[in-house]
Design a protein around this ligand. Sequence first.
Ligand code: NAD
Length: 464
Amino acid sequence: MTDQFVFTPLDEIEKIYNELKVTFASGKSRPIPYRRYQLIQLAYMLKDNIKLFEDTLAADLGRPQLEARMLDIDPSLVEIKLTLSSFEKWAKQESAPFSINFSAMRPVIRKEPKGVVLIISPFNYPLFLTIPLMASAIAAGNAVIIKPSENTPATTTLLANLAEKYLDTSLIRVIKGGVTETTKLLEYTWGHILYTGGGKIGKLIAAAGAKTLSPVSLELGGKSPVFIDSKCDLKMAAKRLLWGKAANAGQTCVAPDYIIVQQDFQDKFVEALQESYREFYPDKASAPGQMSRLVSQQAFNRVNNLLKNTNGTIVIGGDTDEGTKYIGPTVVKDVKPEDCLMSEEIFGPILPIMPVNSIDEGLAYVNAHDHPLSVYVFSQDSAYKATIFDNTQSGSAMANETIIHPAVYGLPFGGTGPSGSGYHTGKYGFDMFTHLRSSLDSPGWLDMLLGFRYPPYTTAKIKA
Ligand code: NAD
């Protein structure tokens, strides 16, 4: 079923951008019924083709079927449905609070689309990090160009083909491309650019946005630490952490990146992880349908090199297969701050454990590095949890759970500083693509009250 991945020609990109600008200017995307219809079509695009998407996710990422459904397809459908049920309310203009001086002017905030917006998506969750964002942009009345990752060619091709079939191509288009095509797209002025991916490219996107004065939101990554308290529910912590790291082979922006644990509790925690590992993978983790694969040979080499060069002790996994880009869930203990595993976001299924002598040492380490996308803590002690949350900064702060918070409806999803700027999912996504246009309609009689503003500026007027 997988059609060949053909990049969108550069002159076609120019044509598409101009077409969308013209259609947006015509006002076609603004009426609520139009938006609703496109959102319904977006839902059908996904629902009618679940099996095809499962297949492309398997082709691109070796995705087990359960992960395809649980982490990409189903949460995308849920987001569209929730947007459908609420966007009309979000789109309603709001009155400004009452003020004796200004209320007669009937001041309101109009919720207006920003124009033609650009969504640049990464490879790791090709649907969940694309489709809910499309839903937000459409719900807000924009024209939208989506540039999914070239590293998931099967899913990107399917998305592009289905978008043509299900959606209004005069306002919603998918561009298939890599660096050259994205660079071309970034030459244009956009109502908004939303980029999800690594921070290095994020800087290029922000610089390109600055050149055209296009507003930019960045959804980036980082090393999300996990604090393990000796007063945690050990079995639960081990299970949730191992799952959060192994899911999608660790290629999750909010994956627990490394563990900070008190030195004298490390071995007990390792035993709990080993027990969970045995429970999760009664056969091999490499058995069909159990583990996603690394997305590319380059990604495999990078993560495999980290594994080869660590000075820590491998206590779980460590098994790899270059031919299938497989790396098994791996836990490495006694990892020092200067170890290669601590040098960059791992973005693979390796979980280093860095023992510390005190919680303060752990906090000092985290705070000496970039603000991560998430901070995790496993503890049954409220004071311990509060200490971690109150003394760190991150996009999100989660206790006793891993990686599922981006799908929790009503919570904004976004980073802070080096892990990103801007928020999406639900109303936050709608707001990202919405311009709050202040508006009023001032009656002539108001000059009976405000006529003093006009020149000449006399002393009598100042005294009044
Ligand atoms: P990727 O390789 O799929 O690239 C992301 C997007 O950037 C793609 O669409 C790609 O075509 C484009 N791109 C690549 N190079 C470019 C260039 N030079 N100029 C313009 N565009 C370019 O994904 P990635 O960057 O490897 O993604 C992994 C990173 O993304 C990790 O750091 C991860 O934590 C982060 N991430 C963040 C979130 C989030 O929501 N905050 C979600 C997923 C991934």
